[in-house]
Design a binder for this molecule. Structure first.
Ligand code: THU
Length: 137
């Protein structure tokens, strides 16, 4: 498990990353920072498209980047949404993708620009994830 200071530092990485978001249609920037088991922090931002449905969320971009780097074990995820005051959590599609590579107790923090933050786990965000049991290795 990671401690509070590590999670605070991971969230700061997510905040810093959010400035790179490509979100000219929604103007809603999202930054994600994924702490890998080896200590690497892999980041992702949302990437929109003029064909709106092609948008990829920050969380899925972070997971895809990590997998591309050969990293598959993750200790924590932080998500920053600076264009909302209140915390905005990962969308349903991202919850499913995060869950593919994590145990239910993996911690997730998300927060907007205000003081409120949510500390939760992927298991809380995606309960009854019975498909998880299909994985063989
Ligand atoms: N978005 C994310 O990047 N992550 C989420 O979990 C929620 C939504 C992005 C998609 C789109 O670019 C913008 O936020 C508004 O929905």
């Amino acid at each position: 498990m990671i401690g509070k200071e590590q999670m605070d530092a991971l969230f700061i990485e997510a905040q810093k990353t959010a400035v790179s978001a490509y979100a000219p249609y929604s103007n809603f920037r999202v930054g994600a920072a994924l702490l890998c088991e080896d200590g690497t922090v892999v980041k992702g931002v949302n990437m929109e498209n003029r064909s709106y449905g092609l948008t990829i969320c920050a969380e899925r971009n972070a997971v895809a980047a990590a997998i591309t780097m050969g990293k598959r074990r993750f200790l924590a995820l932080a998500v920053s949404t600076p264009d909302s005051v209140e915390p905005v959590g990962p969308c349903g599609a991202c919850r499913q993708v995060i869950s593919e590579f994590t145990k239910p107790d993996m911690p997730i923090r998300f927060a907007g620009s205000g003081q409120n933050q949510v500390d939760t786990t992927i298991g809380e965000l995606l309960p009854l994830d019975s498909l998880h049991d299909l994985k063989n290795n």
